[in-house]
Design a protein around this ligand. Structure first.
Ligand SMILES: C[S@@+](CC[C@H](N)C(=O)[O-])C[C@H]1O[C@@H](n2cnc3c(N)ncnc32)[C@H](O)[C@@H]1O
Length: 250
């Protein structure tokens, strides 16, 4: 049983187009470059592998990649792509599911805020333990997780505009700071849709600060090696909107 929402076929079919900016070379290439370096030849396990945005380029760079993914429709999208069937993917929950031989991975990857799809602290702690169980000695766990911009909330308020620029896609985030939960509301106008029509989607998350992640890592026997504010290794500081954390197993 998982607290995560299971992404349906319609969401999966739209995923790459709706996330086009995340597939752009200026976003993707620095991430792949950093991960290839950290993998030191692999093998790699990607938790929440999705449609293979990261996994396929890692494989193209010569790494053996396996994945875990909760949504069967997302896996079907991956398998329909060139090279997608060469990646072993197990459908299951990244908090508990295993793939490949235990203790054999050089790198476990969990990117684009996907840790926060686990909506309880217990499951996030279990996810760190699961990552550690996949790693060989000296192996690394890399997590890319957003820093929630709760400073955008008005005093006592719960809703913040999450998109910096208004356009065809507006996101409102509804925070509950007491439970570290967030519901994102997405309003999109598709270019081929009639004027004035809006497509609505929603997602539920549990956010966590880097300090809490470090404790989860410590519980799993992992030690912080580096934390960056972006994939091109910008320093992580108080202005960072994302943290890319690298922990190592002993
Ligand atoms: C933002 S997408 C990221 C996909 C891919 N890693 C990427 O970077 O494009 C989040 C993914 O997490 C998956 N997911 C959500 N909860 C999960 C869970 N408990 N276990 C495994 N995958 C999960 C979703 O189905 C979705 O494919």
């Amino acid at each position: 049983m998982t607290s995560s929402e299971v992404w349906d076929a319609e969401t999966a079919a739209r995923y790459d187009a709706d996330s086009a900016e995340m597939f752009a070379p200026d976003v993707l290439d620095p991430a792949v470059d950093l991960l290839v370096g950290l993998a030191e030849g692999g093998p790699v396990v990607e938790f929440a592998i999705g449609t293979g945005r990261i996994a396929l380029p890692l494989r193209e760079r010569g790494l053996e990649v396996r994945g875990i993914e909760l949504s069967t429709p997302m896996v079907e999208q991956l398998r329909a792509k060139p090279g997608g069937r060469e990646i072993e993917v197990t459908v299951g929950d990244m908090a508990t599911q295993r793939v490949g031989a235990p203790g054999s991975a050089a790198l476990v990857v969990l990117v684009w805020n996907s840790l926060s799809n686990l909506c309880t602290q217990d499951e996030q702690v279990a996810c760190f333990a699961n990552a550690a169980a996949h790693l060989r000695p000296g192996g690394r766990f890399v997590v890319e997780l957003w820093i929630p911009e709760i400073d955008r909330l008005s005093a006592g308020g719960r809703v913040a505009l999450a998109t910096a620029e208004l356009g065809d896609h507006i996101v409102l985030d509804e925070f509950d700071v007491a439970t570290q939960s967030c519901v994102s509301h997405h309003y999109r106008h598709d270019p081929d849709a009639p004027p004035g029509t809006v497509r609505y989607g929603t997602g539920r998350f549990r956010y966590a600060w880097p300090a809490e992640l470090d404790l989860m890592a410590r519980l799993a026997g992992l030690t912080l090696e580096a934390r960056h504010g972006s994939w091109d290794r910008a320093p992580f500081d108080h202005t960072s909107t994302s943290a890319i954390s690298v922990w190592r197993s002993a």
